[in-house]
Design a protein around this ligand. Sequence first.
Ligand SMILES: [Zn+2]
Length: 299
Amino acid sequence: MTYVLTVSIHPELAEISSRKATSLKLNDKLWGRILLINKYKMISAVSTFFLFIILSFTTLLSTASAQAKPARIAIVIDDIGYRETDKHALLLPGAITYSILPHTPYGKALAMEANASHREVLLHIPMEAENGKKLGPGALTSAMNKAEIYASLGESLAEVPFAIGINNHMGSHLTQLVKPMSWTMGFLKQHHLLFLDSKTSPYSKASIIAQKLGVPVKGRHIFLDNQLTESYINKQFQALIEYAQTQNVAIAIAHPHPETIQALQHLIPTLQQQNIELVPLSALYSIPTNNQTRIASGK
Ligand SMILES: [Zn+2]
């Protein structure tokens, strides 16, 4: 970074020489007063100049220290569990967070593998969508009462007991509803779990309800692979970097598609050059001590 210091001479100082010429015609007393006034102007200009130098130096120092601290991003790969090829997502480099669909053919095994390689694991809980799409096992719907929601979440957590929290699969309808969201957050609170709002609806009430009940909560900022082309994924990844650089943190969600995995294999190693650190999702939350025990033990 180049810093250019521009010092503009005070216009009144520049006038000194011209005034000097005309002032020769004035009497000595007046000339003495003019010299005195110009002397004070000179002192004031010089102090302004030094103040400017000091301020520029301070700005330079604070910019340098801000640069030294890397921005942090978390990447969550969700929708894991239905396809055998989902295992390829585990080969991605760095602190990726994996979110597992409950009661799926490969979910539990891949969750255990991710946990064994010290990667964080979430449960990816299907929630009712506005378009009425099929949800799969472990889903929460608006037809369920509190006991049913608690029981369903309990069964999912029993399958992946080391999960540090949940994020919603679909859920554009359910996340707008106060009662089911309050019950969901109540369960999370009871089990010291965090919530990541996938934000499948702009009207999601999940964050506000989680905050009210004291559940650690964040929202997804960027989906990386809504289109499965290399150029689209690259573009979204660039947007993720820019978001992190301006906001200091960013959370991305992507899926275990072969195209996504291939692109991320190349893109993740570029983060370091951009002074961005890839961190486990929980690193972006302020989490009570008991939950850190869960993360640390990984059991
Ligand atoms: Zn999903």
